[in-house]
Design a protein around this ligand. Structure first.
Ligand SMILES: Nc1nc2c(ncn2[C@@H]2O[C@H](COP(=O)(O)OP(=O)(O)OP(=O)(O)O)[C@@H](O)[C@H]2O)c(=O)[nH]1
Ligand SMILES: [Mg+2]
Length: 391
């Protein structure tokens, strides 16, 4: 890139000559009143850059006295100083341009020129990978609330007060999803919780964390059940934990034996049911489990999904698992991503409340109850606002 300074009595004259000399691709990089030491060359200085020239250079050797377009050499100036000043200014200009371009590129067309709060809020949501439609909807609604009217498309709105907008933005974002860190449905005893989800999503690990934090820690009698007989020794993982924790454990060969086992354990306060990981193909074959979970009004089913899953896959997964009628979404592996927008978007899209978050493999520490504040914190702060440990 070639960079040149032009001096003249007026900015317009200097610009005209710069364009004439550097060609139509030349870009205005800076314009200012000429510093005192070169004021005799012209009252104004404009700096132009052209990408067509190779190699970076700063050439202050042109002078346009009186705007007549003649070039005369600049007297020897403290070149090092000038260079660093110009580079610093150039950097500042470029940073400003970068921000303006980012805002313009990210924001829907009708927001160009609107309050920076609005475009910053939109940029924050989309940077967290909240879906663009949802981000637009939230920011638009917050802007409308602050301005008390709908933004006319294509027109800049009046400037909003930053903190008022921020408040409206947080409220709008909060209103899009629900959290419900409860186990069990209604007052019925025992409280029965089933964890379902794709293979490896963290069902068994999370079930043990829940059993420790909400069962053992509260001295509630707990029973762990495993329906995971698909794979050789699959239930052994849970059997092992149950033995360590000293809680009841049973493996059930069939879904049909589940009802009877629950009946026989009415004295327990919490019953956790672990299920085999189900992939898309398996879901079609999960009729008996689907029927059981869909017809039992006392079983609270949490769909366990990794937070690191892509937004589109999350939606597909939630839709596919609807056959099991889950009441909650439970996200694991928050430690494996830095963008929590997909969790937010999916909770908003599906309308299912978020129940718990797991952010690591440690049992029982890496588990926490979902809350609105936490979700917003995660979405807006990214990995910096990552999950704390448990309950
Ligand atoms: N990093 C991280 N790893 C996790 C988390 N939760 C579970 N895991 C790990 O994920 C792996 C699978 O966990 P499981 O609990 O066996 O998953 P599952 O859903 O029961 O798996 P299947 O029964 O095979 O479907 C294990 O290595 C866990 O330690 C988490 O929050 N963060
Ligand atoms: Mg498992």
């Amino acid at each position: 890139m070639k960079i040149k300074s032009y001096y003249s009595r007026t900015v317009e004259d200097a610009m005209a000559t710069a364009r004439h000399e550097m060609g139509p691709d030349a870009m205005l990089v800076n314009s200012r009143k000429a510093p005192p030491e070169v004021r005799h060359l012209g009252e104004y200085e404009v700096v132009f850059g052209s990408a067509n020239a190779t190699g970076a250079s700063v050439d202050a050797s042109l002078k346009l006295p009186g705007g007549r377009g003649e070039s005369t050499p600049v007297p020897p100036a403290p070149q090092g100083d000038r260079l660093s000043v110009e580079v610093a200014e150039l950097k500042k200009e470029l940073e400003g341009m970068r921000r303006a371009i980012t805002r313009t590129a990210c924001a829907p067309a009708q927001w160009i020129g609107v309050s920076q709060d609005i475009s910053d809020a939109y940029a924050a949501l989309t940077a967290a990978e909240v879906s663009a439609d949802l981000a637009r909807e939230i920011v638009q609604a917050a802007g409308d609330r602050v301005n008390g009217h709908h933004l006319p498309p294509g027109r800049a709105t009046q400037r909003t007060d930053g903190s008022t907008f921020q408040q409206a933005f947080i409220e709008e974002a909060s209103s899009r999803f629900a959290t419900d860190p409860t186990l069990g449905r209604g007052p019925a005893q025992p409280r029965i919780v089933a964890l379902v989800g794709p293979p490896g999503s963290g069902k068994t690990t999370t079930l043990v964390k829940l059993a420790v934090n909400y069962g053992l820690a509260a001295r509630r009698p707990v029973l762990l059940l495993s329906l995971d007989t698909y794979r050789v020794a699959a239930a052994d993982q849970l059997r092992c934990y149950a033995a360590i924790l000293g809680v009841g454990f049973q493996v059930l060969e069939t879904v049909s034996s589940l009802a009877q086992t629950i009946e026989e354990n009415r004295g327990k306060e919490l019953i956790f049911i672990d299920t085999p990981g189900l992939a898309y193909g398996d879901l079609e074959d999960s009729d008996s489990l689907a029927h059981f979970l869909a017809t039992r009004g006392d079983i609270d089913t949490h769909l366990v999904l990794p937070a690191s899953m892509k937004a589109a896959d999350l939606s597909r997964m939630v839709d596919a698992f609807e056959i099991l009628r889950p009441q909650h979404l439970l996200f694991t592996k928050l430690d494996e991503t830095g963008a929590y927008g997909p969790i937010f978007s999916e909770a908003a899209r599906s309308g299912k409340p978020l129940s718990f978050f797991a952010a690591g493999q440690r049992i029982p520490e890496d588990l926490e109850a979902a809350s609105r504040e936490r979700v917003l914190d995660l979405v807006l702060q990214g990995a910096g606002g990552r999950a704390r440990s448990a309950a």
